[in-house]
Design a protein around this ligand. Structure first.
Ligand SMILES: O=C(NC/C=C/[C@H]1O[C@@H](n2cnc3cncnc32)[C@H](O)[C@@H]1O)c1cc([N+](=O)[O-])cc(O)c1O
Ligand SMILES: [Mg+2]
Length: 214
């Protein structure tokens, strides 16, 4: 049987990046996606917006929904302040296997905890099992119909505090209409759209940044 796209992406990292250098891992994946095979990473253009939000928030505790191959995990992990933690949730074991190797290759295994399983089951366990009080930053990049239910779950589980930031990928393409309507109409959020393009293409897409007001 042949290899999968995530396995070919991992090979490109092992071949073209240098161990312990997160930026070289990011560049190797972007080069692979531009020149060999498109993959659903947040990418280099939206990635710069992600970077700026991570730096602005400087989260002590961050959550990523949908690890996939670990591209955005590395983007976020490389910018965390000392002692800060990123928890990333991934339910596909094959993707998780690749992502662990990408995260380790980047040398970020001390800062990143990849938890395998569905976000709907794992979010309610964050406090008791992972000792989380609240998340300072949440990056949503998993199945688009899960953004809204998981946001409501985060609220219900008391995992957001006044000022927590939600940053959502793909609010235009593939689109997350119910989530967008919710954060833009709810009095509990202050929302802002960052226009960009779908990774590695000229198609419009963007990130929605929403501040939880408590
Ligand atoms: O579909 C997209 N992303 C879905 C991402 C899904 C990833 O999150 C995991 N997951 C899903 N629910 C989960 C629940 N719990 C844990 N992991 C979960 C899946 O196993 C996958 O690794 C997408 C599509 C395009 N596109 O152009 O078509 C562009 C993008 O940037 C995208 O992000
Ligand atoms: Mg995405």
């Amino acid at each position: 049987t042949g290899s999968t796209r995530p396995q070919r992406l991992l090979k490109a990292v092992q071949k073209n990046a240098s161990r312990g250098d997160p930026q070289s891992v990011i560049s190797a994946i972007d080069r692979f996606c531009h020149s060999s095979e498109w993959a659903m990473n947040v990418g280099d253009e939206k990635g710069v917006i992600l970077d700026s939000v991570v730096c602005e928030v400087s989260p002590g505790c961050a959550l990523e929904l949908g690890t996939y191959c670990g591209y955005s995990t590395v983007r976020i992990g490389r910018l965390l302040p000392p002692g800060a933690k990123l928890i990333t949730l991934e339910f596909n074991p094959d993707y998780a296997k690749v992502a662990r190797q990408v995260i380790d290759f980047a040398g970020l295994q001390e800062k990143v905890l990849l938890v395998e399983g569905p976000s709907g089951d794992l979010i309610p366990k964050m406090k008791e099992q992972y000792g989380i009080t609240t998340f300072d930053l949440v990056f949503l990049d998993h199945w688009k119909d899960r953004y809204l239910p998981d946001t409501k779950l985060l609220e219900e589980c008391g995992l957001l505090r006044k000022g927590s930031i939600l940053l959502a990928d793909n609010v235009i393409c593939p689109g997350t209409p119910d989530y967008l309507a919710y954060v833009r109409s709810s009095p509990r959020y202050e929302s802002k759209y960052f226009k960009s393009h779908l990774e590695y293409t000229k198609v419009e897409d963007g990130l929605e940044k929403s501040i939880f007001l408590g």
